[in-house]
Design a binder for this molecule. Structure first.
Ligand SMILES: Nc1ncnc2c1ncn2[C@@H]1O[C@H](COP(=O)(O)OP(=O)(O)OP(=O)(O)O)[C@@H](O)[C@H]1O
Length: 293
C-alpha cells in the first residue's frame, strides 16, 4: 500500500492534523508510529485501516486489512464467540473456518469461559482480547493496531507480540502504536514519528539502533525479498545493458543485515557482496536502498 501526499484535517479551514504524508508499506514491513499525545497517530492509523479517508492525497494498493481501534465499542448485540464468527465472515472466512478460528483465539487468550458472554458485559481487558482476536483471526495482509496491547495481561501481550511477528514473517504488514518504546523492537520494528503533522523515519537517526551499509554487485534484479525484509522501498535499477554488473548500496538496521545478505546470496543469479560496514553517522543521510551505479 502507498500513501501519496496524504493530508487530513477534520474541519474545512481547520488545522491540518497530517500533511504531505508519503509512505510505502511493503509486504513484510513492521512499523511503529510514534509521537506525542495529539500528534495524529490515531488519525494516521485510521487512514491506514481504511475507516477514514484523506482530505487530500491518495492511498493506493490497499490489501486485506484488519484494525484494532484505540477504544473498542462493545455495544454490538453479540456474545464474544458470535462476534468473532461474525467478524470472520466479514473478513471472508466460511462459517466453519470462522468458528474454528474463533475457538482457537478464545483459547489462546484464555477467555473460552466468556464465549457466551454478551460483549457489553465483558471486562475491559476481556473485551480488548476479543477486539484483538477479531483482527488476528482473519490473518490479514495489513494489521493496524492502535494501542492494542493496552489493558491486556502479560500472557495476552506476549501472544499478541507473537501473532504480529508471525503475520510479518508470513509476508503480512503490521503498523502499530504503543506506549512501550521497546514493543517489537526485537522483531525489527521500524519507527516513524509524527510531529507537526509530518511523518519522519526516526529509526535511521536513532543512536541505539546501529545501521549498516551493504554493497553488492550483480547482474540481475535486486531480489524482491530484500525490500520485503528490509522494509525499504526498492526502486528497480535502470535497465542498462544485460549482463552489466551493477552496484547496489543498501543502508539498513544491523539486525536485518543477515536476512538481506541471505536474500542477495541466494538470488538467481546471486549478488557478490563487496562490503558490509557500519553506517557513519548512524544512517546519516544514507539512501535506504539504492542503485549506486
Ligand atoms: N474525529 C475527530 N474530529 C475532530 N478532531 C479530531 C478527531 N480525531 C482527532 N482529532 C484531533 O486531531 C488531533 C490528533 O488526534 P489523534 O487522536 O490522531 O492523536 P494521537 O497522536 O493518536 O493522540 P494520543 O496519543 O493522545 O492518542 C487532535 O488534535 C485531535 O483533537
Amino acid at each position: 500500500m502507498r500513501l501519496e501526499a496524504v493530508g487530513r484535517r477534520y474541519r474545512m479551514r481547520g488545522p491540518w492534523v497530517l500533511r504531505d504524508i508519503d509512505l510505502d508499506l511493503p509486504a513484510g514491513a513492521l512499523l511503529r508510529i510514534a509521537g506525542t499525545n495529539g500528534s495524529g497517530k490515531s488519525t494516521l492509523l485510521r487512514l491506514l485501516a481504511g475507516i477514514d479517508a484523506p482530505t487530500t492525497g491518495r492511498i493506493t494498493g490497499r490489501p486485506r486489512t484488519a484494525y484494532v481501534p484505540e477504544r473498542f465499542a462493545a455495544t454490538l448485540p453479540f456474545d464474544a464467540a458470535g462476534y468473532l464468527v461474525h467478524m470472520g465472515r466479514v473478513h471472508g472466512l466460511s462459517g466453519r473456518q470462522a468458528a474454528s478460528r474463533a475457538d482457537t483465539w478464545l483459547e489462546r487468550f484464555a477467555i473460552t469461559g466468556y464465549a457466551g458472554t454478551s460483549l457489553d458485559l465483558l471486562s475491559k481487558g476481556t473485551a480488548q482480547k476479543v477486539a484483538v482476536a477479531q483482527a488476528l483471526l482473519a490473518e490479514p495482509e495489513l494489521l493496524v493496531l492502535d494501542e492494542a496491547w493496552t489493558g491486556l495481561d502479560t500472557a495476552a501481550r506476549a501472544h499478541l507480540d507473537e501473532a504480529v511477528t508471525e503475520r510479518v514473517a508470513a509476508g503480512g504488514t503490521a503498523v502499530f502504536v504503543d506506549h512501550d518504546p521497546r514493543r517489537l523492537t526485537g522483531a525489527g520494528a521500524r519507527v516513524h514519528r509524527v510531529a507537526n503533522g509530518r511523518l519522519a523515519d526516526s529509526r535511521a537517526g536513532s543512536p541505539e539502533v546501529p545501521q549498516v551499509v551493504i554493497e553488492a554487485e550483480g547482474t540481475g534484479e535486486p531480489p524482491a525479498a530484500l525490500a520485503r525484509h528490509t522494509g525499504a522501498t526498492a526502486p528497480q535499477p535502470p535497465a542498462d545493458q544485460a549482463g552489466t554488473p551493477r552496484l547496489l548500496r543498501i543502508t539498513l538496521p544491523a539486525d536485518r543485515s543477515d536476512t538481506a545478505l541471505r536474500a542477495l546470496l541466494t538470488a538467481d543469479p546471486p549478488w557478490h557482496i563487496r562490503a558490509v560496514r557500519p553506517a557513519h553517522p548512524p544512517g546519516g543521510g544514507a539512501i535506504p536502498y539504492g542503485v549506486a551505479r
